[in-house]
Write a protein that binds this ligand. Structure first.
Ligand SMILES: N[C@@H](CCC(=O)N[C@@H](CS)C(=O)NCC(=O)O)C(=O)O
Length: 222
């Protein structure tokens, strides 16, 4: 199998962390650079999982659930339907209210072209999402259930981007104001699978920052 993925893509990082935590071998990771990318992902977004027979599965949550079904151990969903519902709740909070908004906020870093109204609207959604997480997140070092689950796989990239993108658009990082989320964030970074995707996310962020600097230098020369 092949996962079309990118270092800084939080949705891809979620699936990679799941793959590491499950110890799944034989999945290769590839950046979507081919001319045929539009055929592979009609919506043009990573991650996409390509099966050995060529079939394609888009959308991180769908891929994560597929991998859970074909590699059930260790289980990263709940032991009961209710526990799975708790795990999925945190994962969806991070996907919908944090990541989707952060992703659009990342386009608002340049002050000269920034739309302040849009920045405020998106940032308020992220702050509200982090506030909601405070009600759900566990106090034992894991998001839900006292063990690593899909909720952690989604939250680790989401909190990394919250802390790194919001200050870049001149919005204060909302994590320290939420004691349970802040304690969780500090604890989960010690987990080996979280640490591994955090290295990749940092590498992706450095690459993007270097690219932004090069763009700014080009504009200054023009
Ligand atoms: N709902 C999708 C979101 C995927 C997504 O937005 N991926 C971003 C990278 S993190 C992307 O590929 N963006 C490229 C673009 O929008 O052109 C999922 O969960 O997989």
């Amino acid at each position: 199998m092949k996962l079309y993925s990118g270092d800084l893509s939080p949705f891809s990082a979620k699936v990679r962390m799941q793959i590491y935590a499950k110890g799944i071998e034989g999945i290769t990771f590839e950046r979507p650079t081919t001319a045929a990318w539009g055929e592979i992902s009609p919506i043009g977004r990573i991650p996409v999982l390509q099966l050995d027979d060529g079939q394609l599965i888009p959308e991180s949550e769908v891929i994560a659930e597929y991998l859970e079904e074909i590699f059930p151990n260790p289980r990263l969903l709940g032991a009961t339907p209710l526990e799975s519902a708790r795990i999925r709740t945190v994962s969806r909070l991070a996907d919908i209210y944090l990541l989707n908004n952060i992703f659009m906020l990342a386009g608002q870093t340049r002050r000269s072209t920034r739309n302040e109204g849009m920045r405020d609207l998106l940032a308020a959604q992220v702050v509200r999402g982090v506030g909601a997480l405070e009600r759900y997140v566990g106090t034992d070092g894991f998001a839900v259930s006292g063990r690593l689950t899909i909720a952690d796989c989604t939250l680790v990239p989401a909190l990394f981007l919250t802390q790194n993108i919001l200050p870049g658009v001149d919005v204060e990082d909302p994590v320290p104001a939420q004691p349970k989320v802040a304690a969780y964030w500090s604890a989960i970074q010690q987990n080996e699978h979280a640490a591994r995707v955090l290295v990749e996310l940092r590498r992706g962020l450095e690459e993007r920052q270097a690219w932004l600097r090069a763009q700014a230098a080009e504009r200054a020369d023009a």
